[in-house]
Design a protein around this ligand. Sequence first.
Ligand code: AMP
Length: 398
Amino acid sequence: MESIEKLGDLTGKTVLVRCDFNVPENDKGEITDDRRIKAAIPTLKSLLDRGAKLVITAHLGRPGGKEDKAYSLAPVAQRLSELLGAPVKLAKDAAGPDSKELAKNLKPGEVLLLENIRFRPEETSKDEAERMKLAEDLASLADIFVFDGFGVAHRKHASSYDVSKLLPSYMGLLVAKEQAALTRALEDPARPYTVVMGGAKVSDKLKVIVNLLDVADRILIAGGMAYTFIKANGGEIGQSLLEPDMLDEARECMRIAKEKGVEFLLPKDLVVADAFSNDASCEIVDAYQVPDDMMGMDVGPKTCEEFASKIKDSKTVFWNGPLGVFEFPKFAEGTRFIANAMKEATANGAFTIIGGGDSAAAVDAFGFKDGDFSHISTGGGASLEFLKGEGLPALKEK
Ligand code: AMP
């Protein structure tokens, strides 16, 4: 898919843009983090500057295929209008009669946001024919489609995947930026190249890790998924998270790493606790000797030092997933330590990528700035899917 930079003058054209406006909200429905809306502005401004009329489609949360006020995009329309410095109309429906009427009457430079596309059950349907009905409704609103919702690039949904079968389609500037950064991490990394994988589950990330064994120089494993690898090596992990079904695959992954000469590091020490709570009593133990009644909650100081030195000595670093249960301040130190090492590596000229999701949320909660890293992805699931090396459905030519 080509970038919108290829497009010339768009006066008189209506452009349908798929954005990722799936922002967190508090109990009162106020947006608590507007980074995803901000990330869409360059694409929207670029299209408006060329004289386009904009129809934007996006989702918020999981309303389950029916209208639900709690998931309305009204707060997004307001914030978007503030950020664009222009009025944004909100359609009452998602590509229904109100959307059609408002889209028909748009003038150059005007912006229409459709209501939450997941109010329509067809959006996420497994049945392609069902999804195509919604894709046709969406396509009927515009002349050109622009995909800029990186967070849903790995989904085969009507508004991200199917609609591009019906209209001339381009990728937006955000998606182009994400693709360029991740392509560097997948195909052309400056070396040494270190990958840091944390988070809860091995099963979510094993395919990515195995694919990265072809390109990375070092893989550092932490978080909840490290315990399955430690157990696979014969360690005692007490009550720590374990995926017994993944033990063989974890062993195989470590065998391939050895065969390919990739340094594969597991934690040396851990912070363990007697309960899954911020008030639990905790101690630091050898990672292979977790007491029977304790569970791993974070990496220990030796691991922090070792991982940080590998990161600081790298020219490319990709990091996905917290190193411990960072939601509890008591177990956030490993994640903070690694974020700091990434920041130092960036300052020393390394190309550093934070792979979205919880790691992006963590660095934000710790008060790091966007400029502390080379790239913070807006899509955790999509960036991991990209690194599996099989391409992203929304970006494939149809
Ligand atoms: P993921 O979505 O796979 O990146 O996983 C993120 C989640 O992993 C966060 O909610 C963390 O609290 C959790 N996590 C990280 N380390 C651990 C651990 N040692 N034990 C249990 N959960 C963890």
